[in-house]
Structure formats: C-alpha cells, structure tokens
Design a protein around this ligand. Structure first.
Ligand code: THU
Length: 133
C-alpha cells in the first residue's frame, strides 16, 4: 500500500468511529512489515473508561491475527491539530515497534511524521522484564 493509500485507509475509518460522547472521531491504519494493514476507529462507552482508542483497536486486530512487526501507523482526525496517539497508545505500540513511524493527519489531510521514539523517549519496553528471566 502506498503512503497515500494508507492515509486514505485511516481517513476512511473516521466514519466508523463510535463517538456519541466526545464527537471526536479518530481513524488509524497500521502497516506491518509484510504490507498487511489493520485499521481501527475509536469506540466509546457510556461508562467512559472502557473507551478504546483507534490505534489500540488496530493493534488488537493485528496481534490477534498474528502480526506484531509494525512499520508505520497513520492516525487521522478531523481536528485542526495533527492527531497524535495518546500516551497509552504510544506505550502499547512501543511494546512491539519502538522505531516505527507515526504519521499524524489533521482535518485538512496534511501530515506530520515522527518516530515513536520521538513521541515516547526512554519508553518502558519488554527488555526491562525479559532480561530478568
Ligand atoms: N482517541 C483516540 O482514538 N486515539 C488517541 O490516541 C487519542 C484519543 C479517542 C478516544 C476518545 O474516543 C476520543 O478520542 C476523545 O478523547
């Protein structure tokens, strides 16, 4: 998938967002090293805290289908600012691919690219626990 196609996949998920409370749609398209793409949208809940972010929906779809080798993710919003992953989503992505690219889109479709390491420096990764074994 080209960069523009991946961006379009994330934007297309904005219409699937279940957002009766925030009215703030987020779409995500997560690309794996073999080219497989998993999409996600945010899914809100009346109890608020069970709300799922678009990025973590995409990660759950990927990992549950046997894909963990993430290369890049597009995060799309309809807001003025570039839509960045929240801290929890950064941590979830860091588990699998600390050097992946995070492509943030604003409502005009303009992009801002950063690495996950830039967004989450000195992250807590699996190495902290696995080397204790
Ligand atoms: N949201 C995401 O889907 N991804 C993020 O990284 C930031 C926040 C969603 C959660 C909630 O449904 C809405 O945006 C407002 O916080």
């Amino acid at each position: 998938m080209t960069r523009e196609e991946l961006k379009a996949a994330a934007v297309s998920m904005l219409d699937r967002a279940y957002i009766p409370y925030s009215h703030f749609p987020v779409g995500a398209a997560l690309e794996c090293s073999d080219g497989t793409v998993f999409t996600g949208c945010n899914i809100e809940n009346a109890a608020y805290s069970p709300t799922l972010c678009a990025e973590r929906v995409a990660v759950a779809k990927a990992v549950s289908e046997g894909h963990k080798d993430f290369v890049r993710i597009v995060v799309a919003g309809r807001c003025e600012d570039f839509c960045v992953p929240c801290a929890v989503c950064r941590q979830v992505l860091y588990e699998f691919a600390p050097d992946m690219e995070i492509i943030s889109l604003n409502g005009k479709g303009e992009e801002l690219s950063r690495t996950l390491r830039e967004l989450l420096p000195h992250g807590f990764g699996p190495e902290y626990l696995l080397k204790e074994e």
